[in-house]
Design a binder for this molecule. Structure first.
Ligand SMILES: [Zn+2]
Length: 68
């Protein structure tokens, strides 16, 4: 078998990386530590394309998933 284009295995990872816009903290959250972003939140906080959010471990604000 010959691979024409390599896949990105990190896309399959359940660990997601987040960057806090308030305090600048960058952290990774595993499957049970982040939540799907409700569509109402996306509209209210203007987070287009953000599917997941997690709570910043340092300042406690909600953070959207960092775009890869
Ligand atoms: Zn923070």
């Amino acid at each position: 078998m010959k691979i024409i284009q390599h896949g990105d295995l990190s896309r399959l990872s359940l660990v997601k990386r987040f960057r806090c816009a308030l305090c600048g903290c960058v952290f990774e959250a595993s499957e049970f530590e982040y939540l799907p972003t409700p569509s109402a939140w996306k509209n209210t906080y203007n987070m287009p394309g953000t599917d997941f959010m997690a709570k910043c471990p340092e300042c406690g604000s909600f953070v959207s998933e960092e775009n890869r």
